[in-house]
Design a binder for this molecule. Structure first.
Ligand SMILES: *[C@@H]1O[C@H](CO)[C@@H](O)[C@H](O)[C@H]1NC(C)=O
Length: 180
């Protein structure tokens, strides 16, 4: 007989299984992580022609300068931490609804004359399509004057390699509509 207790214990077991599945979601150590069971993200590796301290400085300047204007709908960047070879930050959308987290790791190449950066941006809420927002979150911190960006101090030269960044339309990154 299907008693109320049986139904209840089934429901409890079922939700425990779901919780365990969510907690077991695979975590990429080079990404910030997200509490959502499914979320949009962008992970890239970017090769810069400049040394790491220059690249890291420019990314930190754009994260922290009051004078820097995010060209993607005017979001607000914040620096969470910066130490040698590693920067963590966040970006809040102009409508102040959504915060994405960003991680950067800097590795010197060619005896310190150039730099390879592993960058990852993740949405913190359930999301599938992000219209390149996670990509733009990262790109707008290093894009150069030829891209239509306004560097704070250093005009960087780079090449992007997409690791897990399906939505990467650079045309989306410079947009003045203040909605997303
Ligand atoms: C900007 O970066 C692109 C590669 O994405 C490069 O071709 C171009 O030369 C760079 N411009 C400047 C001013 O460094």
């Amino acid at each position: 007989m299907l008693t109320f207790e049986k139904v209840l214990s089934f429901v409890v077991l079922f939700s425990a299984t779901i919780t365990a599945t969510v907690l077991a979601k695979e975590q990429d150590p080079s990404c910030p992580g997200s509490p959502a069971w499914k979320n949009a993200k962008c992970k890239m590796s970017i090769d810069f022609k400049e040394p790491c301290h220059i690249v890291q400085s420019e990314i930190n300047l754009r994260l922290t300068s009051a004078s820097f204007v995010d060209p993607h709908n005017g979001g607000t960047y914040s620096q969470i931490s910066s130490q040698e070879g590693e920067v963590k930050g966040s970006r809040l959308t102009a409508n102040r609804k959504w915060t994405d987290l960003l991680d950067f790791a800097f590795i010197s190449t060619n005896e310190g004359s150039t730099c390879t950066v592993t960058a990852c941006s993740e949405s913190q809420v359930f999301s599938i399509l992000d219209f390149s927002t996670n990509y733009c979150n990262l790109r707008n911190l290093y894009c150069n004057s030829s891209d239509g960006c306004t560097p704070v101090q250093y005009d960087l030269t780079y090449e992007e390699n997409y690791v897990s960044c399906g939505q990467n339309k650079k045309q989306n990154c410079i947009a003045k509509v203040s909605s997303s």
